[in-house]
Design a protein around this ligand. Structure first.
Ligand code: SF4
Length: 253
């Protein structure tokens, strides 16, 4: 994507009113907001949504994407849709057939039975193969409903609600987002991706819109991809350096 600069692209700052949870440390909520306000103009908030899938399709897409390049998971999703135009057909299909269709993703032998089992669980628990009903739930309730299904964790539940056409106010955290949050000290060094979800969400205002939370996820993810690389972060050109203990330590050494 094009990386924009200038505060005019940041759009209006989301209002800072209620906080999501009393357990959020005040200094960290201030830092989380500062990180957001610095990265937004760099990456061009509001960030356009990259999917307009129904929530069930977004669920399948999310399950395919784990530890897989976007291009490969996108191809596998298209292949799956072409082979099984109705998701109900996946529930009835042989695992080997699903696995062969998604062979371009990482661990197709694990993802094929998981996708079939998750779709079957949705049909059994809801009575039909659709997740459109989630739009009538509170975000936390909808996330809990999804996460009660084995194979769906916090990242997937948040992705379904945020990235799909439901456009609900959930905060996904992927590995790039998590790495930037950890290095800047928003979360501790031992906090894994799953447990980081409620912590990072609690640092942002409770009344932020779906777009604002989506922007927050996207800009931290993009910063992790473009600057705060896994092996060799470019701290010298990072707009977060004065906020980041990891970067300051690297620059001193
Ligand atoms: S200063 Fe360095 S470690 Fe910190 S967020 Fe920026 S690139 Fe990452």
């Amino acid at each position: 994507m094009t990386i924009a600069s200038g505060h005019d692209l940041a759009g209006p700052r989301p209002r800072q009113t209620k906080r999501s949870a009393s357990l959020a440390d005040a200094s960290l909520t201030d830092k989380a907001l500062e990180v957001h306000h610095r990265l937004c103009p760099v990456y061009g908030c509001p960030i356009p949504y990259f999917h307009s899938l129904d929530p069930l399709s977004e669920l399948v897409s999310s399950l395919l994407s784990h530890r897989t390049r976007n291009a490969d998971s996108g191809r596998a999703f298209k292949a799956l849709r072409a082979r099984f135009p109705d998701w109900a057909e996946v529930v009835e299909a042989r695992v080997e057939e699903i696995e062969a269709t998604i062979s371009g993703v990482t661990w197709p032998e694990l993802k094929a039975p998981r996708i079939r089992a998750v779709l079957a669980a949705v049909a059994e628990r809801h009575g039909s193969l659709s997740l459109n009903f989630l739009r009538d739930m509170e975000v936390d309730t909808a996330r809990a409903w999804l996460e009660a299904i084995p194979g769906i964790g916090p990242k997937t539940s948040a992705a379904v609600l945020s990235f799909s056409i439901l456009r609900m106010a959930a905060l996904p955290v992927d590995s790039h987002h998590h790495r930037v949050a950890q290095r800047t000290g928003l979360i501790g060094a031992k906090v894994d991706v799953g447990p980081s979800h409620p912590i990072l969400r609690a640092q942002l205002p409770a009344d932020w819109s779906a777009q604002a939370l989506y922007d927050n996820h996207e800009i931290l993810m993009l910063h992790g991809q473009a600057v705060c690389h896994h092996r060799n972060p470019a701290c010298g050109r990072c707009v977060l350096l004065d906020l980041c203990p990891t970067g300051q330590k690297r620059e001193r050494s």
